[in-house]
Design a protein around this ligand. Structure first.
Ligand code: NDP
Length: 234
């Protein structure tokens, strides 16, 4: 059955691959984009997840065009890396505001319609770094670990209404975010990944579409690693 799907930050990288995977299987897909144009063939709405009014307007526009959001993929995220001693409070708060509070704003806005429909899927894009830790990423890792608490609490609140909330924790993925890594650091990371390579964005999308499918209806509060084995055991 075709569903209405909203992917935040779906104009590029992992979000775009996720949106395209849903579109390919026949779902009605909307993406949010902050700047530029919507990707070709997908319904785009402008939104900044750090702004509740903007999130609300985006959901309203999607509802008018495609119907209530049944599958939410909270994917929008940023990094602002530096060592703890150098990290300003502003750098910490800004990353949390996008990655964690931004996901909360979207989940809250999505929840009322999901409750009314007595069906919903929320998928939060975290990171291996959330539970593994990473030097220079205290802000980012905290935001990504926080998503686990969000998904598990939503599971306990809304689980009886046929609403699931899960976390996908990618390892290193070939996108603009990792293109910024210096070559030496990239090689160093690669050495520690049992798969011996970074992931393609489509490999993350596969886990996300599966979590939204009927086959995964009894999975909730789970953290699904898609990291080539990097974080095994955490
Ligand atoms: P990109 O940097 O390629 O894309 C990030 C996306 O998030 C863009 O669409 C961007 O919009 C959007 N975004 C950022 N801030 C906001 C905001 N305030 N409001 C709305 N949208 C915003 O990242 P990736 O595709 O690599 O990452 C996607 C997600 O996956 C992120 O949450 C990231 O943390 C996570 N992840 C990525 C990994 C990787 O190796 N690449 C590994 C593990 C997790 P715009 O184009 O307007 O900037």
């Amino acid at each position: 059955m075709a569903r209405t799907v909203l992917v935040t930050g779906g104009n590029r990288g992992i979000g775009l691959a996720i949106a395209q995977a849903f579109a390919k299987q026949g779902d009605r897909v909307a993406v949010t984009h902050r700047s530029g144009d919507a990707p070709e063939g997908l319904f785009g709405v402008r939104a900044d997840v750090t702004d509740s009014a903007s999130v609300d307007a985006a959901f309203t526009a999607v509802e008018a065009e495609l119907g209530p959001v049944e599958v939410l993929v909270a994917n929008a995220g940023v990094t602002d890396d530096t060592l703890l001693m150098r990290m300003t409070e502003e750098q910490f708060v800004r990353v949390l505001d996008t990655n964690l509070t931004g996901a909360f704003r979207c989940a809250k806005r999505a929840s009322s319609k999901m409750l009314r429909a007595r069906w919903g899927r929320m998928i939060f894009i975290s990171s291996v770094v959330g539970l593994y830790g990473s030097p220079g990423q205290v802000n980012y890792a905290a935001s990504k670990a926080g998503l686990v608490g969000v998904a598990r609490s939503i599971t306990r609140e809304l689980g009886s209404r046929n609403i699931t909330a899960n976390v996908v924790a990618p390892g290193f993925v070939e996108t603009d975010m990792t293109a910024a890594l210096p070559e030496a650091r990239r090689a160093d990371y690669q050495k520690n990944i049992p798969a011996g390579r970074f992931a393609a964005p489509e490999e993350i999308a596969g886990a996300v579409t599966w979590l939204a499918s009927d086959a995964a209806g009894y999975i909730s509060g789970a953290v699904i690693p898609v990291d080539g084995g990097l974080g095994m055991g955490h």
